[in-house]
Design a binder for this molecule. Sequence first.
Ligand code: ZN
Ligand code: ZN
Length: 265
Amino acid sequence: MTVYDQHMHTLFSPDSSETFEEYLKHTPGMLVTTEHLDFNDHYVDGEDTKLDYQSYNQTIDQLNEKYNNRIRKGIEIGYTKESYNQIQDYLIDKEFDVQLLSVHQNGEYDFLQPIVKEKDVQDVMNDYFPLLLEAVTNFPTANVLAHFDYGIRLFDASVEELQGHETIVKQVLQKVIDKQMAIELNTRSMYQYGNVALYEQMIDWYVVLGGKSVSLGSDAHSTDYYGYHFEDAIALLEKHGISSVTIFEKQQPTQLPSSEMKKER
Ligand SMILES: [Zn+2]
Ligand SMILES: [Zn+2]
């Protein structure tokens, strides 16, 4: 299987130590890495996690000469209201093939920090989904809405609990459609954090609203998770009548038939 994994990290993200070369050895296909941009990052005591673009760019350009242009450039933008201007300033003079949009935190803590587990899942949903709606409403240039369930990854939230927030989740999905973005199937959320049923419900709503554009991302931080459970995610999409995924080059979308990924090369 030659996957196109549109969400993954290398040592250009502080929480990964994997090299491009290891990923290149691991897959014969195209690579796109989506490195972190998180201002006031609670994982590093409120410091800014800011991709060193110059070094990233240089490294990829060099590797692309050696490896036949197999690497594309991406960024995962961690949205907060407070950092909106900083994000814009950062992006203004930089080029990426794909921009992922994420909500990782609420200004006080990251939704994967242990403190979140002590809270009630309903309270966390009431906090998280409005932030997600705000991100997708306010953010002008992003291509993919990443891990829609990030805020509740630490809970075993049921489909019924998600359905209690149907209105706002559908508003988020409608924005994704209106802005011609793709929605991400985050396969670590689905198959490592056990949220596959939530994704099935979300895709149901998305398709009924007219959504067609889907991105597949493992959120790998090492080669172990590259293309994680993509076969299962592709089968789930096909069950919902979606037979291609959306990939981006210079932020322009094209459709990649999932049959292409299933081929052995
Ligand atoms: Zn993320
Ligand atoms: Zn990520």
